[in-house]
Write a protein that binds this ligand. Structure first.
Ligand code: NAD
Length: 470
């Protein structure tokens, strides 16, 4: 079958493995390369999936504790750390093993090892002292990203964790300092606080989750203050040092000066950087931006015509579902189709308690750019489903183009917000207007109904909420 297009995919995360499977489905001769034993990448092995398993455990603990308010008292949970870890590892093993089976069924050749480009048509893969050469007509770089640690926080110590170390669940420290109040910091702070750690979150900017709308974040921030621990805004960590008695000494710097505090463990969650270094790109024409992202066009093709790049290494947002969609574009482009990456909307979800989710244009962005918008809001205090489920606070909002009523974006905070944002994403993607949402029959009672109720409230016709457009 010498006429089959040979495609090499470097990196088997949620960008790489869908790319390999799609290419194989189209009859291409595919080699998928990754350092890990099975496909899955950071997302399945040390990111999205294990964090969601641990967040599930955290939500069980919190719900059991809070059930007292509705007349159900459970005893304090007994934590069997080994069993929790084994369950979480089993979830990961099941999913990554499943992907390996799919790869075999689709006749994708999986090569374990670290790949480097030799030239624009050759990759060399090293594993356990063995070298395998892979020739390709087209390659897709899907090498992902790694934690980016500011120089003062680079302390090589088992007491200082990155997300992977925290997700390994080695122990539940008495005190945990979380540096960074973004996606990873807040998700892991929720987990360790529920398991029993006293958590302190330090965030450099003036608010948690920079980039998200403040009315959504305020709801989360109240829960974090009540359930997770102390949050210090406008604060950075200037230095970390190990102490002889097994602690870490952190120098915290804020507007009122510096302070030295001891913690059992420290988690650094200050962002991620693209994995574009040490890949042999100098042997190709691939170009990399000063921040390390591989430069690509709308087809995800790099400056080297035979090499494509997708996922975290190809630019923000660093989200698994964005990588998976880029995989489709790159494979279609390799097949010669005029496919392009131009989605009007990519959703984002932070799986904290409560979840925060948004898609499309945020209110903050719209106001900053001077876009003429109106906002439709519905607080969950007016939702029957939320009340009957003893949900705490929540808010659903639409960002609407003034005049036309076209939906430009949506935001949700509340239990299950990550599920609701799917409908909102579809509505924005399809060019729906707020009126369409208002006229769509939603199940009652449900949290999804808050999307319709926000539209009803905007037009002053909500049966459950007196508020109007905001
Ligand atoms: P992030 O960009 O979400 O948050 C980093 C936070 O650290 C920011 O709030 C930033 O202001 C703060 N910060 C930076 N330097 C600091 C310092 N020296 N001291 C104190 N605070 C500092 O990054 P992350 O949480 O590390 O996550 C990385 C990426 O991984 C995210 O951007 C996201 O794309 C992805 N991710 C997604 C999910 C999800 O989809 N649910 C979950 C985890 C990670």
């Amino acid at each position: 079958m010498a006429d089959r297009l040979r495609v090499a995919v470097l990196g088997a995360g949620p960008g790489g493995y869908p790319a390999a499977f799609l290419a194989a489905e189209r009859g291409m001769d595919v080699t998928l390369i990754d350092t890990r034993p099975n496909p899955g990448g950071v997302c399945l092995y040390e990111g999205c999936i294990p964090s969601k398993a641990l967040l599930h455990a955290a939500s069980v603990v919190t719900e059991a504790r809070e059930a007292e308010a509705i007349g159900l008292r459970f005893g304090a949970p007994t934590l069997d750390l080994d069993r929790l870890r084994a369950w979480k590892d089993g979830v990961v093993r099941g999913l990554t093993g499943g992907l390996a089976q799919i790869a075999r069924a689709r006749k994708v050749r999986f090569v374990q090892g670290r790949g480097r480009f030799v030239d624009s048509h050759t990759l060399r893969v090293a594993h356990d002292g063995e070298l395998t050469e892979v020739q390709f007509d087209a390659a897709i770089m899907a090498t992902g990203s790694s934690p980016s640690v500011p120089p003062p926080l680079r302390l090589d110590s088992p007491r200082v964790w990155d997300a992977s170390a925290a997700l390994a669940l080695p122990e539940v420290p008495g005190t945990l300092l979380v540096v960074g109040g973004g996606y990873i910091g807040l998700e892991m702070a929720s987990v360790y606080a529920a398991l029993g750690s006293r958590v302190t979150v330090v965030e450099a900017t003036g608010g948690l989750l920079p980039g998200a709308d403040r009315d959504l974040v305020e709801v989360l921030a109240r829960r974090v203050a009540a359930n997770v621990g102390q949050v210090h805004l406008h604060m950075t960590v200037q230095a970390l040092a190990e102490t002889d008695d097994g602690d870490v000494h952190a120098t915290l710097a804020g507007s009122t000066g510096t302070e030295d505090v001891r913690f059992d463990r420290v988690l650094i969650a200050t962002g991620r950087r693209p994995n574009s270094a040490d890949l042999g790109l100098e042997g190709t024409r691939v170009l990399v931006t000063p921040r390390g992202f591989v430069e690509v066009n709308a087809q995800r093709r790099t400056a080297e015509p035979s090499i494509y790049a997708i996922g975290d290494v190809a630019g923000e947002p660093m989200l698994a579902h964005k990588a998976t969609h880029e995989a489709r574009v790159a494979v279609e482009a390799i097949a010669g189709e005029p496919s392009a990456w131009e989605p009007p909307v990519v959703p984002a979800v932070i799986y904290t308690d409560p979840e925060v989710a948004w898609c499309g244009l945020t209110e903050t962005e719209a106001r900053a750019r001077g876009v003429d918008i109106e906002v439709a809001r519905f607080p969950w205090s007016a939702s029957g489903r939320a009340a009957a489920a003893a949900d705490r606070e929540g808010l659903t909002k639409w960002i609407v183009e003034a005049g036309s009523g076209r939906l430009l974006g949506a935001g949700v905070v509340g239990r299950g917000a990550g599920e609701l944002i799917g409908e909102a994403t579809l509505a924005v993607e399809m060019g729906a207007r707020l009126e369409d949402i208002r006229l769509t029959v939603h199940p009652h009672p449900s949290r999804s109904e808050t999307l319709m109720e926000a539209a009803e409230a905007f037009f002053g016709t909500s049966p459950h909420y007196l508020g109007r457009r905001g």
